[in-house]
Write a protein that binds this ligand. Structure first.
Ligand SMILES: Nc1nc2c(ncn2[C@@H]2O[C@H](COP(=O)(O)OP(=O)(O)OP(=O)(O)O)[C@@H](O)[C@H]2O)c(=O)[nH]1
Ligand SMILES: [Mg+2]
Length: 294
């Protein structure tokens, strides 16, 4: 039986433990915020080294999260908080692509945050051009010509972000993943590098499932640049207590900045190559009418 004199002591221990845990969590959050800010500064420095903004084409199947990814990237790059600003139009899955036309969204990259850096930021504007595109045809109907058409047009991409949804019906996902090798080949044939972005990360139930999917995608697309992300979406804003504010998620921020950092590197690499492949589907010699493997 606990003596009454021991109760205040126990309460003090409990209070100390809670304060310690809170301090630890605050420190951990502070460190992660620092990591995000420093990654953003890294993206900004890399973009400023390129004279023209790097151009990243965002492509993929219908309603897999292309436009949402662009909105997420804009928020993280600009270091925005509070209301979610939508630069690219998104909509719940419908029978046709919600994005009708190719559209270039110029995402500004904010700096680290100190007063000196803010002044410098105003003087030098770092921008990444993100190209939102209408959806590729459904995997069963996709041809090389469709992929080449998506990759052509103005402005010419310097790197491709291939967006694929993790969640959704298993059959649809399998069909999309199976087509990945062909899409990746068509992108490479144009001399472009790419990253694969797996959206709806929260649908993945375990680390094991994530690893299996990552390995399959890496194998089919022959790339290590595979990222899982949970986009910021309009759905996240429907919190009735705070209708217009979206809470930033450090994991989402970190991932999207990593993706953009990688894309900037790919753009830089492409510019450093003196011979740019022809825009008429050259480079790999693939016929634009050849059907992709079904
Ligand atoms: N939970 C969750 N929902 C997402 C995510 N990404 C996109 N969505 C939702 O998926 C739906 C389609 O997203 P969009 O960004 O419009 O997809 P899209 O690929 O641009 O679609 P189209 O332009 O129609 O081809 C919307 O309802 C989004 O809110 C994500 O990572 N997680
Ligand atoms: Mg769209």
């Amino acid at each position: 039986m606990l003596s009454p004199s021991a109760v205040p002591l126990l309460l003090s221990f409990a209070a100390a433990a809670v304060t310690g845990a809170a301090a630890f969590l605050a420190l951990r959050r502070f460190n992660r915020e620092e990591a995000v800010a420093s990654l953003r500064q890294g993206v900004r420095d890399a973009v400023l080294l390129l004279r023209e903004p790097p151009t990243v084409l965002v492509t993929g199947f219908r309603a897999h999260g292309k436009s949402s990814f662009i909105n997420t990237a804009c928020r993280a790059l600009a270091a925005e908080a509070g209301p979610m600003l939508l630069r690219a139009e998104t909509s719940p899955p419908v029978t046709h692509s919600a994005t009708f036309d190719r559209c270039v969204i110029r995402a500004s990259v904010a700096g680290g945050g100190s007063e000196d850096e803010k002044e410098e930021e105003e003087a030098t504007c770092a921008v990444v051009a993100l190209v939102d595109t209408p959806a590729l045809p459904e995997p069963g109907n996709l041809t090389t010509a469709d992929v080449e058409e998506a990759l052509s047009g103005v402005p010419l991409p310097e790197c491709v972000a291939l967006v694929l949804r993790c969640g959704g019906p298993t059959k649809d996902r399998h069909a999309a993943v199976k087509k990945l090798a062909d899409v990746a080949t068509a992108i490479r044939q144009r001399g472009l590098q790419f990253v694969v972005i797996l959206t709806h990360k929260k649908r993945i139930k375990s680390m094991r499932q994530a690893e299996e999917l990552r390995r399959e995608i890496a194998f089919r697309a022959r790339t290590d640049c595979v990222y899982f992300i949970e986009n910021y979406t309009a759905g996240n804003m429907l919190d009735l207590r705070r209708p217009w504010a979206t809470k930033n998620n450090l994991d989402t921020h970190y991932t999207v900045l990593m993706i953009v950092r990688q894309c900037v590197e790919f753009a830089k690499l492409r510019r450093s190559h003196s011979v740019v492949p022809a825009t008429n589907g050259g480079g790999g010699g693939g016929s634009s009418t050849r059907l992709l493997h079904r």
